[in-house]
Design a protein around this ligand. Structure first.
Ligand SMILES: C[C@](O)(CO)[C@H](O)COP(=O)(O)OP(=O)(O)OC[C@H]1O[C@@H](n2ccc(N)nc2=O)[C@H](O)[C@@H]1O
Ligand SMILES: Nc1ncnc2c1ncn2[C@@H]1O[C@H](COP(=O)(O)OP(=O)(O)OP(=O)(O)O)[C@@H](O)[C@H]1O
Length: 293
């Protein structure tokens, strides 16, 4: 009989909790609860926060790296761990640390990504075997963007972001630029002037060449009209490459075929503009890392 090799569960796991882009974001209606029905194309970046988690036997959820400006009980990391602990009734706890690099309120979904990463890693470390669908469901109660990060593949999303169709958009290189302001998602979605009646699309009509001609971000005009810093930066970036706001802003992505072109454009920006270059990826680095554990 051949030897059975059993993989040992590591005592801790470290992964990149990635950013997302909304390559386009159409608002197709408003629900009675005030939330908006969207049609959006999500892609991940191979860039994000570094999260390390170890299970502990104390049952306590310990965040070892406090996040300035975010109280523990409001932190999506803590909320996600608590939600999974409650759902599974596990006796385990965990120690979590994070190296935060994603700007908050930038439209890159950092908080939602962190929540999904915690759900996925703890489900592994605690060996609680919750299905991906259920994790996405638990995630949705924490934020509209959490399910996409739980599933971990690029997708056309409908509803508030929970109805997903897998797609494979081209993996461009992006320059991500952040004007030095942060925009509240709730402010944009409650704005009177926001267009809410984009026609529903067929995602089969999308191809990588018509992203900037046939698709748009319905939040962009409102933000450009109310935040001159976004307007100025977007105008500048459009001189170098097709560019658009992600989510409800304030970050702007600019599309390039090569890393060198993206880096060259970054060099043209004023020193006070925060920016980074990253590759678009159709699989989340978290799900990729977990497959090998
Ligand atoms: C704009 C996107 O980033 C696109 O991916 C997301 O839809 C926003 O997702 P999120 O930050 O996880 O948003 P949530 O924390 O769930 O919601 C923040 C606030 O935005 C508004 N909101 C959010 C999502 C949505 N589809 N309609 C809304 O009207 C609601 O007023 C809500 O109180
Ligand atoms: N772990 C976390 N990381 C970032 N923000 C968090 C976290 N936990 C709670 N928050 C809160 O969530 C708010 C939104 O943060 P996030 O980084 O997700 O914004 P965003 O990139 O604009 O997201 P979206 O694209 O979903 O609108 C922050 O201002 C912060 O108060």
């Amino acid at each position: 009989m051949g030897a059975v090799t059993e993989k040992k569960m590591p005592s801790s796991i470290t992964v990149t909790s990635p950013a997302k882009l909304n390559l386009f974001l159409h608002i197709v209606g408003r629900r009675v609860d005030g939330y908006h029905n969207l049609e959006t194309l999500f892609q991940f970046l191979d860039y994000g926060d570094r999260i390390t988690i170890a299970a502990n036997a104390s049952g306590k959820i310990i965040l070892q790296t406090p996040m300035p400006g975010v109280a523990l009980e409001d932190n999506l990391i803590y909320k996600a761990a608590t939600a999974l602990q409650r759902y599974t009734k596990t006796q385990h706890g965990c120690n979590i640390s994070i190296e935060k690099v994603l700007p908050m309120g930038g439209g890159l979904g950092g908080g939602s990504s962190n929540a999904a990463t915690v759900l996925l890693l703890l489900n592994k470390l605690w060996q609680t075997n919750v299905t991906t669908e259920k994790l996405a469901d638990i995630g949705l109660s924490l934020g509209a963007d959490v399910p996409i990060f739980v599933h971990g593949f690029s997708a056309f999303a409908q509803g508030v972001g929970e109805k997903l169709t897998q797609v494979h958009p081209k993996e461009y290189w992006y320059l991500i630029s952040k004007p030095d302001i942060s925009i509240s998602t709730a402010e944009v979605f409650t704005a009177e002037q926001l267009p809410r009646n984009s026609a529903s699309i067929n995602i089969n009509d999308y191809n990588d060449d018509n992203l900037f001609s046939d698709f748009h971000n319905d939040c962009q005009t409102y933000v450009v009209n109310h935040y001159p810093k976004v307007a100025n930066l977007l105008a500048r970036l459009l001189e170098y490459a097709p560019s658009r706001m992600t989510g409800t802003g304030a970050c702007i992505f600019s599309c390039f075929s090569t890393k060198d072109e993206a880096l060259a454009a970054a060099k043209q920006l004023p020193d006070d503009v925060e920016c980074f270059v990253a590759k678009g990826v159709n699989n989340s680095p978290v799900t990729t890392a977990l497959r090998s554990i």
